[in-house]
Design a protein around this ligand. Structure first.
Ligand code: HEC
Length: 112
């Protein structure tokens, strides 16, 4: 066996690994950073909102007793903070934990 017979399979393996490796490598993916810090699921958050928040903010968050949350430009962390500590007439801790993270993801999404 000579080196010439070994080289092509090795080359194929190297090229394959490099191709798949690069395909999986998303150094500038915009989803990477928020996904790490926020575990909220906006789809579940919508349910949480309808049950716990819509009474004041309206079914589609366009306002009622509480202000409209559309177009106010809040980040998930800001919404979670407001939900945790309350604001004005809005009571603190309406929802907590995973529900708070989910509803924050939903509200942040519609507030952009
Ligand atoms: C009892 C009524 C009531 C409930 C229930 C309620 N809110 Fe509020 N919310 C308010 C009021 C009133 C304000 C305005 C407070 C102020 O600025 O004085 C407010 C403000 C906010 C703000 C800040 C808006 C801004 O432009 O800065 C966010 C975000 C918010 N609420 C999210 C939620 C979420 C999410 C829920 C459900 C988990 C919720 N609220 C439940 C009444 C309520």
């Amino acid at each position: 066996m000579t080196k010439r017979q070994v080289a092509p399979p090795l080359l194929l393996v190297t090229v394959t690994l490099t191709t798949f490796g690069l395909a999986k490598w998303h150094p500038f993916s915009p989803a990477a950073a928020p996904a790490a810090s926020v575990a909220g699921d906006p789809l579940r958050g919508r349910q949480v909102f309808v049950v716990n928040c819509s009474g004041c903010h309206g079914m589609d968050a366009r306002g009622g007793i509480g202000p409209s949350l559309r177009g106010v430009g809040l980040e998930p962390a800001e919404v979670e903070q407001i939900v945790a500590s309350g604001r004005g007439v809005m009571p603190a801790g309406v929802v907590e934990g995973q529900e708070a993270a989910d509803v924050a993801a939903y509200v942040a999404g519609i507030s952009q």
